[in-house]
Design a binder for this molecule. Structure first.
Ligand code: ATP
Ligand code: MG
Length: 370
């Protein structure tokens, strides 16, 4: 009889969550409900999601595109769940024969999640490996085989699968709390936001509008980031830049004394507004895409100036990154193409101050009544 590979479940593995001691259970339950929410938000039919011994099993489904985008998922495998006995195993594992026959080499890897199963993993690997070899004619190769057949013995059933699809790991979305994220339409801030989301942060996006096209980019970036938000929406505030400058922006920009300080003043005002929104939203800090020494405003002295005047802690996960590293992540998560679209943004001054003294900076802020 011709067998066609038909999966009926998905095994989801999570990494770091399992290390979280007393909080472990709540993290696990959060991830489980995130997966359920993700499936429902996409209208994907499934029968059950179960949490068992360091794994989450989705039943009544054979694939979930995008499951790797749920924060906290270390890897997952579409699998065939069968009865938990040797007869069923020997019969159903034959599903893999056509694939093994097409491969140069293969191996069988067995894991007993439930150690009560009477046959040891190594013995199962040998016995099933030998049988599949005889039936397919394909040689077994333990190191770097072309194909791997996985057998996982669970509590209720046995799971057969061929691949492990990698997720981003990290912590379930929002499990750490909220942060206000300053997003421009650039490459850096969406990546910084993503990296914090990966640690369980729910971001509240805040964009200071410079032009309509610029804001359109940010809306698309928000939608892209939402793919990693376990089916939830991400809030976005858009505020015209002139509003935080109380209409004084052009005046300052065209004033020889103030122009060199304009970037630092601008950052200070952005952080001040971000602080107000953080209070409203119950967020505990601010995310930026700042990167040391990348541009004039990002010297240690300048970062000092506007972080000292920020009421909230500032998290800048890209601070030590090479541009290349940031670009690599941006491409991977799909924000890069959206970020590089040209849009009217800010024009940096001709001679920006790279080393703003905090005394002068305070004096200027006082003079301006900002
Ligand atoms: P990015 O690639 O994120 O635009 P950048 O390399 O252009 O960053 P800056 O322009 O100095 O560097 O901006 C540093 C950070 O300040 C940004 O990563 C972002 O967090 C914040 N920021 C800059 N412009 C805006 C804006 N218009 N609205 C909100 N936040 C902004
Ligand atoms: Mg920028």
């Amino acid at each position: 009889m011709e067998h066609k590979m038909k999966f009926n479940s998905i095994i989801v593995r999570y990494g770091e969550i399992s290390l979280k001691g007393k909080n472990r259970k709540s993290f696990e339950l959060k991830l489980k409900s995130d997966i359920e929410g993700f499936l429902k938000a996409r209208g994907i039919d499934f029968s059950r999601v179960d949490l068992r011994r360091g794994r989450i099993y989705i039943r009544g489904i054979d694939q979930v595109p995008g499951l790797e985008k749920i924060m906290g998922v270390h890897s997952y495998s579409p699998a065939l769940e069968i009865e938990r006995n040797m007869e069923a195993l020997e019969r159903e594992v034959l599903f893999f024969i056509p694939m093994i026959a097409d491969a140069q080499s293969f191996r069988v890897s067995c894991q007993r999640v439930d150690k009560r199963f009477p046959i040891k993993s190594v013995d199962l690997e040998q016995a099933i490996g030998h049988m599949l070899h005889l039936k397919s004619g394909t040689p077994v190769k333990l190191k770097d085989p072309a194909m791997e057949v996985h057998i996982e013995i669970g509590e209720d059933g046995i799971f057969l699968f061929g691949e492990k699809i990698r997720g981003y790991s990290g912590m379930p979305y929002g499990s750490a709390g909220k942060l206000v994220s300053l997003v421009s339409g650039g490459i850096d801030s969406p990546v910084a936001t993503f990296l914090m989301m990966k640690r369980g942060v729910e971001p509240i996006l805040l964009h200071f509008e410079l032009s309509q096209e610029d804001t359109q980019k940010v809306i698309k970036l928000k939608e892209k980031l939402e793919e990693y938000a376990s089916g939830r929406e991400i809030k976005l505030y858009v505020i015209p830049r002139d509003e935080i400058f109380k209409g004084k922006f052009s005046g300052l920009y065209n004033n020889g004394r103030y122009q060199p300080y304009i970037c630092v003043i601008c950052k200070h005002l952005m952080h001040k507004k971000a602080g107000e929104i953080a209070k409203q939203e119950g967020a505990l800090g601010i995310i930026t895409g700042d990167n040391l020494a990348q541009v004039a405003s990002q010297t240690l002295k300048n970062l000092f100036a506007y972080q000292m005047t920020s009421e909230f802690p500032v998290y800048s996960p890209l601070i030590s990154f090479e541009k290349e590293q940031t670009v690599k992540i941006a491409r991977e998560i799909g924000t890069y193409d959206l970020s590089v679209v040209k849009a009217k943004g800010c024009t940096p001054p001709k001679n920006p101050k790279t080393g703003v003294s905090i005394t002068t900076f305070h004096k200027i802020l006082n003079e301006l009544g900002l």
